[in-house]
Structure formats: structure tokens, C-alpha cells
Ligand binder design. Structure first.
Ligand SMILES: [Zn+2]
Length: 317
């Protein structure tokens, strides 16, 4: 890296001028000021436990677009492989007052990602339908000689119904990680996610906010790509392609999985602390969602489910 600012002079911006040092400093200060004064933690941006960086979330990216008067436009490339769909989104940011192109970012999302490709099959309650069936630790009330049965966990949205240990309506259900049969249902989510990722990438590029923010948590496992630097705009197609380094990662490496696991586990614990979930309920939640596995052994999709379950937990009086 040279210590000179590498300034790319795209045609349209060159018509005006390149950014002065003061303008660059002012822009970065503006992002800082917006973050301090207008952004709300866990809505516009989030914290990754164990790191110093904040992650820019979609509402935060939209706020920065509003601040800098940027209009995001999306271009989607679809790749269909069997029943799987991979979408690559390019988000271009246009400066509304001048119509100038400011830069772009790319993001992709695929139904191959574990959270879409698989679902964690859990026992559902035959009475209320909630997937909140837990193994009881104690024999049924008033029948101390019988084996501990099952119950539908009311505090996590179930109905409280109890079932015998050998009730086939419960024991006959398949559990664990299974292929998601409803891939088509996830396609809209996958599109939204690809656009969200490209928007965040574009905003980070164009506003030079990547010094302040990083990409979202869920970016840790998948592809996200960008042209780097600010105002690297209006390049030729070939230059753009050369700048975009797409690294498809259908399978996460062991190290990535370990990192992701660490972040997820830390976030789950943080959420549980924040929501003051009693130890007993924490145990029940993880038993119920992880289907016998522990935070160390559960697969990533199950940990993501647990994160959701903990986030949705509410105390029942
Ligand atoms: Zn129930």
C-alpha cells in the first residue's frame, strides 16, 4: 500500500472535481456524527461480541443513503442449479441531486446456504402445533412411578400440554437436520438478503464507512464482494469485473465454521443475559432447539435457530 490516496477519477465525477482531503475528512466525520446522534444500536447497527467493530445493518445503510442523498438501484443475476437458486445483486448508488453514479457494491445469497438448505426438524405439539416439545425431567404429576414424559413449553410459545413418554404422536416424529422441502418459499428471502448485502457493501464503499462499520453477521459465512475505496465509479465493465472478487463458498471451512460458532454462541449468551432469561429456561430452550446437542456440538443451523428462539423468548407470568 502506498501512502498516497489512491483516487480513481471516473468520467462523471472528474467533470466536477476529485474530493479534497477536507471533503474526505468531513464525509467520515459526518458518518461518525450520524452514528452517534441518529443511529440506534441493534436497529441501525449491531455489535459483534468479542470484536471492536460495529456491523452496519440495513436500516443504518438506508439512513446513510438518506444523509448523502443516495438512491440505490439493484441489478440481479440469477443462477439456477437443480432446485437451488443463487442470486448475485449489484447495488449502484446514484447521487440524487446531481444524477452522478457514486459507486456500487455486490452481495449474493443462495438457497444453498445452510439456513435455507436445511431446516431443523423439531417435535411439534399435536395439540397446538408449536415446535416446543421438550423431554420432561420428572415423572408426570401424581404418577411418580411412570417415566418422565414430554411437555409443550408454554414459555416459548407452546400450550403447556403434557404427553406420555411413549406417546407415538411425539416419539414417531423425525427430528434433527433435514433438507428443506420448501426451497421455493425461501427464494424471496434469498433475494431480499442478496439486495441487503449489496446495499450495505455499496454504502460502505461509497461513504468510506468501512473504517467504522463492517458487514452484517450473516456475511461472515457467505459471499460478499465490492469494489473497494470511495468513488471508484464509472469503470468499464472489464474494470468492474476485475475489481470484483467473487468467492463462492458453498461449503464453509472448518475455521470459518468455528468463527461463526464463536460469534453465534457469544451472541446467544449476550441475548440471554440482556433478556435476563432464568438458567432453567435457558437450559430448556437449548435442549428444545438443539435436540440434545450442546453449544459446542450443535450444527450452525441449529445455533441460528437457538439464537432466534432466545431472541423471541418472553417471560410468562
Ligand atoms: Zn402445544
Amino acid at each position: 500500500m502506498s501512502d498516497e490516496l489512491e483516487v480513481i477519477r471516473p468520467e462523471s465525477l472528474a467533470l466536477r472535481h476529485e474530493l479534497s482531503v477536507e471533503e474526505v475528512v468531513a464525509r467520515v466525520q459526518k458518518v461518525h456524527a450520524i452514528m452517534r446522534q441518529a443511529m440506534v444500536l441493534d436497529h441501525h447497527y449491531g455489535k459483534v461480541p468479542g470484536t471492536t467493530k460495529d456491523v452496519l445493518l440495513k436500516p443504518g445503510a438506508e439512513l446513510l443513503c438518506m444523509t448523502f442523498r443516495l438512491d440505490p438501484q439493484y441489478e440481479i443475476t440469477k443462477e439456477r442449479e437443480g432446485e437451488h437458486l443463487t442470486l448475485i445483486s449489484t447495488c449502484t448508488l446514484w447521487h440524487i441531486p446531481t444524477g452522478q453514479r457514486c459507486g456500487s457494491g455486490m452481495g449474493s445469497c443462495s438457497t444453498r446456504e445452510a439456513k435455507y438448505a436445511y431446516r431443523q426438524a423439531k417435535r411439534a405439539c399435536p395439540k397446538c402445533g408449536a415446535e416446543q416439545i421438550n423431554k420432561s425431567k420428572f415423572p408426570p404429576r401424581g404418577k411418580p412411578q411412570e417415566a418422565p414424559g414430554w411437555y409443550c413449553f408454554a414459555k416459548a410459545g407452546g400450550c403447556g400440554q403434557e404427553f406420555a413418554a411413549d406417546d407415538p404422536a411425539i416419539t414417531g416424529q423425525i427430528t434433527g437436520r433435514v433438507a428443506n422441502e420448501d426451497l421455493a418459499d425461501t427464494e424471496n428471502t434469498v433475494l431480499k438478503m442478496a439486495n441487503k448485502r449489496s446495499l450495505v457493501a455499496a454504502v460502505l464503499n461509497v461513504t468510506a464507512a468501512s473504517d467504522i462499520f463492517t458487514q452484517d453477521l450473516d456475511e461472515m459465512t457467505d459471499v460478499h464482494v465490492s469494489t473497494s475505496g470511495m468513488y471508484k465509479a464509472d469503470l468499464t465493465k472489464e474494470q468492474m469485473d476485475a475489481n470484483r472478487v467473487i468467492v463462492p463458498q458453498p461449503e464453509t471451512t472448518e475455521q470459518e465454521e468455528a468463527e461463526l460458532r464463536g460469534v453465534l454462541v457469544a451472541h446467544i449468551k449476550l441475548l440471554a443475559e440482556e433478556k435476563k432469561i432464568p438458567a432453567k429456561d435457558r437450559q430448556l430452550l437449548s435442549q428444545s432447539v438443539l435436540a440434545g446437542a450442546t453449544l459446542e456440538t450443535a450444527d450452525i443451523a441449529a445455533l441460528q435457530d437457538l439464537e432466534t428462539a432466545v431472541a423471541q423468548w418472553r417471560s410468562v407470568k
